[in-house]
Design a protein around this ligand. Sequence first.
Ligand code: BGC
Length: 358
Amino acid sequence: MMKKGKLKYRGAKRGLAVCIGASMSAMLVCGCETQQSVAENKVHVGVTYYNQSDTFLNELLECFEEDLKAYQKGGIETTVTIRDAAGAQRTQNDQVEELIDAGCDVLCVNLVDRADPSEIIDLARDHDVPIVFFNREPVAEDLLQWDKLYYVGADADQSGVFQGELASELIKNDAETDKNGDGRIQYVILEGEAGHQDAIIRTENAVETMKNNGVQLEKLSYQIANWNRAQAQNRMQQLIAQYGDGIELVLANNDDMALGAVDAYEKSGFPKEEYPAFFGIDGTNVGLQAVVDGSFSGTVYNDKEGQAAAMAELAVALATHDGLQNMEFERGKYIYLPYEKITVENVEDFLSETEPGS
Ligand code: BGC
């Protein structure tokens, strides 16, 4: 079992590079200024996220806190306050008010309802506190409401395409995937929250990519499990009751749901040889471990280190009014980190050795 904080991932190194780069440029800028203005370089970041039970976001925010700490070496004192909105937009709106009252210089918001950011935007604009939205992308019109609104995330289309490519490769290279040998792959999909940009896009792109690769598919069922392992296990148990050993492929919109599907099979009493192939998305610690131990045929890396580093760099730049010019944006406001495919062949690149002495 992996221990938190003992392993570094490929993205972490990349993230660190961004981070150190930013700290260095801050130091260079600070070097020309007086000692006093260095001391005044304090940044208070307020974060609120949709739900503290989300595995991927907890890992992302852990990286984010580390990245912010690293700015201290560059003479920027950072503090961060993190709030859990527990799935309620109303609660999140109140948290934003509270964070602004507490003197936050910049906000990082992971919306509960990505279609409902107006109250938060109004509050922030009234107090001139910039917002970096992350992971749950507001609709484009909302981001245009004010010039101090940004988004950091990843390219949802790409994650679905990569998952579809991974599944197609397996089906082509391993005849056993078509368990009943009928030339078609009977598949189910476990989907994230309805309305989340990553859910529907991942599903559509994965299926389309397999079709484009010539895979003959037979859809058995699409089930919403809200990114959640326990819900996915539950849905999968129902599907197993319905289809018996007839399921050959499980595509899940994230690793936690793919793990929930594996949990259901473990409870089902089926021998391992009769399990379907499972694919996730994220490359969370547990997801990577599932690739290592062969429970998953593959996953797609959602670069939490890269996203966290971009959020930290952007938050510090906005709060200190320095460094924005060094950052690259799409359409002036968006930063999207790329995904990467992971199988047992390259999973080691995403896990690195235990640090000596740790
Ligand atoms: C991740 C999921 C996560 C969701 C939360 C997605 O990008 O892949 O694991 O639950 O974001 O918004």
